[in-house]
Design a protein around this ligand. Structure first.
Ligand code: ATP
Ligand code: MG
Length: 419
């Protein structure tokens, strides 16, 4: 039996793999222009970092982590998300003692042991951004605008932005208590009842219809915001409006941990079925302290690259056949020609022309078929007679027109043709 990729994972193969690289680049481009620097953290971390930094009561920590002991008995976990690692790195390297906010972006694999289905994988890719050390509604707005620009850059039209505020340590406790009182009056299973004490906001996020149906009259955090949180939220909203970024207020949008504060948002796409979130984020003013650092009010987001790609497919943005990036294809006939072609192809590549050649000692017919399939614009045909004449046949594969060019000039001639 041959091997298969593990359940919940898949391979990116050409030409889609090239497309997804371009999508990652496009999502990141707006960040680079806004002063965010690239950070790369390890793919695994101390398990405790995620237990504390993501939260024991979350789905991620309670059931989705790939945790294993290393050979020295340390408990390590494959990263399920990026924020905890970024905050850990900032604190470890004292970046927060320099200019604030510290602005960073990342792009990489994440791992979650989930029930795999379309748009929900065990290995997936996120692009993320974090701005650490400032409490300023303009920073929340900046990040949201940059994510919206990323989605616009890849051509997506159907991404909707949902926003909410979760309040802060002044106003959230009273809201939490009111919510708990409401939830205790509902008909809920035991696990969900247990959540009421640990993490009541998470109950609002329950996707089951029988739970949803009971949540209609639940108290909303927007009705409990203190004056400072209200003003902050209004400022974020008005900056978004002024930037021309459309949003919908979603008073039920939550992130259920105490160190998440104020602004919270999600980007959704309706072409994805139930896995509709293409990205999400918000403010996490208490996270640094949870990880043993000083107060460091921060905001960030993570965009799901795989789902962004699915959304692009749903919008028909990936339908047109892929442009081959190969410009020239070498067809050598005979051993001497093959050696000369090998060098010529190298020279072309060094001159900035993308080039490939027939390998495996193919004859004229097989090699010309390779040239056609490669999508190259020109074939270079080199036979024994050409070699003796120090020339090569340049065939335009679109018009089938063929011309003889001296070997000494062919690199320059082709450079002129393809650029
Ligand atoms: P969901 O509610 O869909 O489980 P989440 O709240 O777990 O999402 P985040 O942790 O906020 O997601 O991650 C940010 C983004 O990463 C999501 O909006 C989504 O696009 C993507 N993402 C999360 N989990 C997966 C997964 N298992 N497979 C593919 N993409 C994912
Ligand atoms: Mg999830």
């Amino acid at each position: 039996m041959s091997f298969q990729a593990p359940k919940g994972t898949f391979d990116w193969l050409p030409p889609r793999s090239e497309r997804v690289l371009a999508v990652r680049e496009a999502l990141v481009a707006p960040l680079r222009r806004a002063g965010y620097g690239y950070i790369e953290t390890p793919v695994f971390e101390d398990t405790q970092l995620f237990a504390r930094g993501v939260g024991e009561s979350t789905d991620i920590v309670s059931k989705e982590m790939y945790t294993f002991p290393d050979k020295a008995g340390r408990s390590l976990t494959l990263r399920p998300e990026g924020t905890a690692s970024v905050v850990r790195a900032v604190l470890q390297h004292n970046l927060h003692n320099g200019q604030l906010p510290v602005k960073l972006w990342y792009s990489g694999s994440q791992f979650r042991y989930e029930r795999s289905q379309k748009g929900r994988y065990r290995h997936f890719w996120q692009v993320g951004a974090e701005a650490l050390g400032s409490e300023d509604p303009a920073l929340d707005a900046e990040l949201i605008v940059l994510a919206a620009h990323g989605f616009a850059t890849v051509g997506l039209k159907g991404v909707r932005l949902l926003i909410n505020s979760l309040g802060d340590k002044t106003c959230r406790p009273a809201y939490r208590a009111a919510l708990q009182e409401f939830l205790r009056g509902l008909d809920l299973d035991e696990d969900t009842r247990a959540r009421i004490d640990i993490n009541p906001l998470r109950v609002l996020d329950d996707k089951r219809p029988e739970v949803r149906a009971q949540l209609d009259g639940a108290p909303l955090v927007v009705d409990h915001l203190c004056a400072a949180c209200n003003a902050y939220h209004e400022e974020v909203r008005s900056l978004l409006s002024a930037s021309g970024v459309a949003f919908e207020d979603d008073p039920r949008l939550v992130r259920g941990l105490d160190y998440y504060t104020r602004t919270t948002f999600e980007f959704v796409h309706d072409g994805l079925g139930s896995q509709s979130a293409v990205g999400g984020g918000g403010r996490y003013d208490g996270l640094s302290e949870m990880l043993g650092g000083p107060p460091l009010p921060s905001v960030g987001w993570a965009l799901g690259v795989d789902r962004t790609f699915l959304a692009m497919e749903a919008e028909g943005l990936l339908d047109e056949s892929t442009e081959s990036r190969l410009q020239v294809y070498g067809v050598p006939l005979g051993d001497d020609a093959r050696r000369r072609m090998f060098l010529l192809i190298s020279e072309l590549r060094e001159a900035g022309v993308s080039a490939d050649m027939a390998f495996g000692g193919k004859g004229l017919k097989g090699a010309m078929k390779g040239a056609d399939r490669s999508g190259a614009a020109y074939a270079l045909i080199l036979g024994e007679r050409d070699l003796a004449a120090e020339a090569v046949q340049v065939k335009d594969l679109t018009t089938a027109e063929q011309t003889e060019v001296p070997l000494a000039q062919v690199v320059d001639v082709l450079k002129g043709k393809v650029q």
